[in-house]
Design a protein around this ligand. Structure first.
Ligand code: AGP
Length: 617
């Protein structure tokens, strides 16, 4: 949430900052700004509400000059998305600029005290308080080394704030020098040759360098064009290493697709394959997940599993609950991370906790992980973003290797997460009661998934026709049962977040307990009902909706002709073993919501009020 990029080097900073912001825009897109230090030691500030293009236009009209700067794309927490509330913010003197991602919880009391001392604020943000506080400490300091003075002012200020931050700052006294710090909001150093970067995400710097340092919480960093130094806020030595970014700028680009969301939907044959590549063991008819860092004995001793995540990741967890319980017979529960972190659920020593997160930065999920660890539990991560905070702080886990997911609506991460949970179920199941034959069949089924996904993607035009047919729908119901109840939940979330229509997902049999009251000729219901053990039950639920004149779309298995007669529209998925069906059945739902939203003129990659990774509470 909110994107930061800072640059110090020899090139003109503004184009580099604007390009970095373009790559970070998915983190927040209600306003943006840059501050560039010029040679004559003043800060050139350009800020604009609205999309990044507005800032680009402003910078084109009022160019900046200088090879050191900081910039920000915002997702508003405190204060509306106005020009004034956009970052960067200056201190009272106008000589210090900062960009900030996170929330300063005690900003009001700090602001009141600063105002009493004569400080004048230009915005309603919590972040501006931090600029004034650092500037005040800086101005009062008698340290003559100006670099040291800026670092120690930042350090002192951070001791006075509570909350979370990823910060970049600069001062006119040190025109080619940046400082930064992180606590709870990600920050990386992009290590270049004769240039260095600070950013909230490696994606921002990927076209300049593939070397990055993932900073830890309470790290403080300073950069010149030739070197950087990392310490802790307390002044200690920080352990860091320079890592190679695992994807290229091309992979993160949109290519010929009109939207990242569509690109990522179409990447699923490959992203699913990336989950199981090298992780299927034919000889043992099982899976191998080395990153769990657990011995076979420890895995055999697990008697309960908790799966924790937010949004789409929590729906993948729901699918995982069904899958793991059916394959491994281990009691499994799903905890919404934001609830888990403040509850006190009883966990015993043989309970294994997994946190599931595409970004590896979602604050609620991260906090849930830390809460589990605080209580002495092993918490493992199922994460996509390599080097992310959850990946680094978890006690082990498995990467999804899906490549960057930039569309705000999660698509390929869901199918990858469910595939990973299926591997986990298979691994644990084969250590318990699952037969060799069952294991072998599962391996075949998993290997067949990418080709089956291709077959679904070929139906995109047909799904678009269906989306257009229902384009005036004011809402939509999504119904599924057993393994596809989570699919219904995920389908409804996709529809809501990118189309802004009311949509809700339910277990089909719950219809008659209340939801059916909503059914009218104007409310389409989508039944996710492959030919499985509950198919007939789903048919009954669909008939109940039809009897009340509700339009019905059925997502069912190829070869099912019955639905052609009963449902208004039918979408087919290839036959698949029941427990893996959510991996296939969700794909037409992603395409349906995509085509529906595009036809309604919605910005599917940047839906209103949202941002890709939620790093605030
Ligand atoms: C879904 O489309 C959303 N983008 C959102 O629900 C997302 O899945 C959630 O915020 C969790 O993100 P994470 O996987 O990066 O932790």
């Amino acid at each position: 949430m909110c994107g930061i990029i800072g640059y110090v080097g020899k090139e003109d900073a503004a184009p580099i900052l604007l390009e970095g912001l373009r790559r970070l825009e998915y983190r927040g897109y209600d306003s943006s700004g840059i501050a560039v230090m010029n040679g004559s030691k003043s800060i050139q500030l350009r800020k604009k509400s609205g999309r990044l293009q507005n800032l680009r236009n402003l910078v084109a009209d009022q160019p900046t000059k200088g090879a050191c700067g900081i910039s920000h794309t915002r997702w508003a927490t405190h204060g509306e998305p106005t020009d004034n509330n956009a970052h960067p913010h200056l201190d009272q003197s106008g000589n210090l600029a900062i960009v900030h991602n996170g929330v300063i919880e005690n900003y009001q009391s700090l602001r009141d005290a600063l105002e009493k001392e004569g400080h004048e604020f230009k915005s309603q943000t919590d972040s501006e308080v931090l600029a004034h506080l650092i500037g005040k400490i800086y101005d009062a300091s008698d340290e003559t080394d100006l670099h040291k003075r800026l670092i120690s002012s930042l350090r002192e200020a951070l001791k006075q704030v509570s909350g979370t931050y990823g910060i970049a700052a600069m001062h006119t006294d040190s025109p080619k020098f940046l400082v930064g710090a992180r606590l709870g909001s990600p920050l990386i150093v992009g290590v270049g040759h004769g240039e260095n970067f600070l950013a909230s995400d490696v994606g921002a710097v990927i076209s300049h360098t593939s070397n990055a340092v993932y900073l830890n919480d309470r790290d403080i960093v300073c950069l010149t064009e030739d070197e950087f130094r990392v310490e802790t806020v307390e002044g200690g030595i920080s352990d860091y290493e320079v890592s190679e970014v695992e994807y290229t700028a091309e992979q993160a680009d949109i290519g010929d697709y009109p939207h990242y969301m569509l690109k990522e939907i179409y990447e699923q044959p490959e992203s699913i394959q990336n989950v199981f590549r090298g992780r299927l063991l034919d000889e043992e008819a099982s899976a191998i997940l080395g990153g769990l860092n657990m011995t076979p004995k420890q895995l055999r001793d697990v008697d309960r599993i908790v799966l924790c995540g937010c949004g789409t990741a929590s729906h993948a967890a729901m699918a995982g609950e069904y899958i793991i319980e059916s394959l491994a017979r281990i009691p499994t529960e799903v905890e919404i991370a934001s609830e888990f972190r403040y509850r006190n659920p009883p966990l015993d020593k043989n309970t294994l906790v997994f946190v599931i997160s595409q970004s590896g930065e979602t604050l609620d999920t991260l906090s849930a992980m830390r809460e589990g660890q605080r209580k002495g539990h092993r918490v493992l991560g199922i994460v996509n973003a390599v080097g992310s905070t959850i990946a680094r702080e978890s006690d082990g886990g498995s990467y999804l290797y899906s490549g960057p997911e930039i569309g705000v609506a999660a698509t390929k991460s869901f199918t990858s997460q469910v595939t990973m949970l299926a591997l986990l179920g298979l691994l644990l199941g084969r250590m318990r009661h699952l037969s060799v034959d069952y294991g072998k069949n599962m391996l075949e089924e998993i290997r067949a998934l990418p080709a089956k996904v291709e077959r679904i993607l070929e139906q995109s035009d047909r799904i678009k026709e269906i989306a257009l047919k229902y384009i005036d729908a004011e809402g939509m119901l999504f119904l599924g049962r057993q393994f596809n109840y989570p699919t219904a939940m995920e389908a409804a979330l996709k529809m809501k977040e990118i189309s802004y229509i009311f949509a809700s997902g339910h277990a089909s049999a719950e219809l008659k307990h209340g939801v059916i009251a909503l059914v009218t000729e104007k409310l389409p219901s989508v039944f996710i009902m492959p030919n499985d053990s509950v198919y007939e039950k789903n048919v009954s639920s669909l008939e109940e909706v039809k009897a009340r004149k509700g339009p019905c779309i059925a997502v069912t298995t190829e070869g099912n002709t019955e639905m052609e007669r009963i449902a208004d529209d039918v979408i087919y998925i290839p036959p698949v073993t029941e427990c893996l069906s959510p991996i296939l059945s969700v794909i037409p739902m992603q395409l349906l919501s995509y085509h529906f939203a595009v036809a309604r003129g919605c910005d599917v990659d940047k839906p209103r009020n949202l941002a890709k990774s939620v790093t605030v509470e």
